[in-house]
Design a protein around this ligand. Structure first.
Ligand SMILES: CC(C)(COP(=O)(O)OP(=O)(O)OC[C@H]1O[C@@H](n2cnc3c(N)ncnc32)[C@H](O)[C@@H]1OP(=O)(O)O)[C@@H](O)C(=O)NCCC(=O)NCCS
Length: 403
């Protein structure tokens, strides 16, 4: 076993374990997720969240025909506990609960009405959670009594219950987990305003619009975070909750930083951002041609659409790629912009086949050391990359192995 890698992963995830403990997460499981071949692993991951002290409410989308079978599948899977651990054969308590939307209920475009009957039902479900059970709700509805489909009914229940119970998160298992179709956008943290814009500007199926609007309303009315997580990608739920980068889309009312791949039209902004650090000899000047060349990828961090940082990945050789031109605008330093940009560039390098990345720096050696970069000598680099070294400048070479 690679202890170093294991310890690093565990250390990195431990702040999230502490943060999530005792919080209430409402998880909407569409019927496709329940019929997917990964359902066993999804349940296993949910059971793990329960063991870590997270209070879970599972809301499943079912029709009158498949409701009983879905409930039985979940009961059977949770009854196995956590396979391959000492919790195996220790059933995870799962209590079937009901939550009925009042006939007076109306989910408007900007409001979710919380009626007294909803609060009372949410309080009863909260008691179940406090007694140590996961709550399972399979909303049933009478299609003749209103115009909602079973899918829409489950969305409304999820939003209203998440608000009524004071959930910290409303998680929707969904394919795809990113609604952003622009391949240049790599960031998955969206403000509610940005999320609303995506829903308004892109073409989605009516059912997706309804589901995501319910998520948006829940976030706007008080649920701390909304998450859209893949049920097809094994482990996506754990990655979303326990890693800094996450795996899906996170929505919150905070103003979020967006990181996206820069395009030719962003080059002026990138050059402008770099200038102050070039003047102070912290960055080496790079030509517009190099920054726009095919072997260079630039990521731009924006806050409220204003550029606040950038990083470049120079992919001259496949196995070992250079990271450079990393900066956070002076007013925006110490807010993890640098570390998040670096992490994006490393992810991209990994995708392009790199096993190592390196950086030349004069003034940020300690900063890179904290990000697991180690000092190295020039002969560690391939000839083609070594040629670019500026001997006069005497920067330090630091290398990181990508795992
Ligand atoms: C290096 C840089 C990109 C870090 O970005 P950032 O967004 O401010 O960094 P983060 O928020 O991720 O990390 C902040 C931490 O790093 C520390 N730090 C910042 N710059 C540092 C440096 N040059 N050396 C050592 N530590 C540094 C901060 O004190 C802070 O420490 P704390 O977490 O203990 O409070 C930014 O300082 C910068 O733009 N510097 C000028 C350009 C440069 O030198 N780029 C590197 C050459 S490629």
């Amino acid at each position: 076993m690679d202890f170093h890698r294991f310890a690093r992963w565990f250390r990195d995830s431990s702040p999230y374990i502490r943060e999530h403990r005792d919080k209430i997460f409402v998880v909407l499981m569409p019927s496709a997720s329940l019929q997917h071949s990964h359902i066993g692993n999804t349940v296993r991951d949910l059971a793990l969240l329960h063991v870590l002290g997270i209070k879970l409410v599972l809301i499943i989308e079912a029709t009158a025909t498949n409701r009983a079978s879905f409930v039985n599948i979940l009961k059977s899977l949770f009854s196995r506990g956590l396979p391959s651990s000492r919790y195996r054969n220790h059933a995870i308590p799962l209590a079937e609960e009901t939550f009925v939307l009042s006939d007076e209920f109306h989910m408007g475009t900007n409001t979710v009405e919380l009626l007294e009957s909803h609060r009372e039902q949410a309080a009863r479900i909260a008691q179940t959670l406090n007694q140590g059970s996961i709550a399972l709700i399979a909303p049933s509805f009478d299609p003749s009594s209103n115009e909602r489909s079973s899918a829409e009914a489950v969305d409304d229940v999820a939003a209203v219950l998440a608000l009524g119970i004071g959930a910290d998160k409303l998680i929707i298992l969904h394919e795809p987990a990113s609604l952003v179709r622009d391949p240049n956008v790599v960031n998955s943290d969206l403000s509610t305003d940005a999320f609303q814009k995506i829903l308004a500007e892109q073409l989605f199926e009516k059912s997706t619009i309804h589901r995501m609007s319910a998520l948006l309303l829940a976030c706007r009315r008080g649920v701390n975070r909304g998450h859209i997580v893949s049920y097809e990608t094994d482990g996506a739920l754990l990655a979303e909750l326990f890693t800094a980068d996450g795996s899906g889309t996170q929505i919150s009312t905070d103003d979020y930083l967006t990181i996206r791949r820069a395009t030719v039209t962003d080059m002026d902004a990138v050059l402008e951002l770099m200038q102050a650090d070039i003047d102070q000899d912290r960055l080496v000047p790079r030509t517009r041609d190099l920054l726009s060349s095919d072997s260079t990828t630039i990521f731009l961090a924006e806050h409220d659409n204003i550029p606040v940082g950038c990083v470049a990945l120079y992919s001259l050789a496949q196995g070992m790629q250079e990271i450079g031109t990393l900066l956070a605008a002076p007013k925006h330093r110490d807010r993890n912009i640098g570390s998040r940009l670096l992490s994006r560039a490393e992810t991209e390098a990994r995708k392009r086949g790199a096993h190592h990345v390196y950086v030349f720096t004069k003034h940020a050696v300690d900063w890179f050391s904290r990000q697991d970069y180690l000092p190295a000598t020039l002969d560690s680099l391939p000839d083609s990359n070594r040629a670019a070294y500026d001997h006069e400048r005497q920067s330090t070479l630091l290398i990181k192995e990508l795992q």
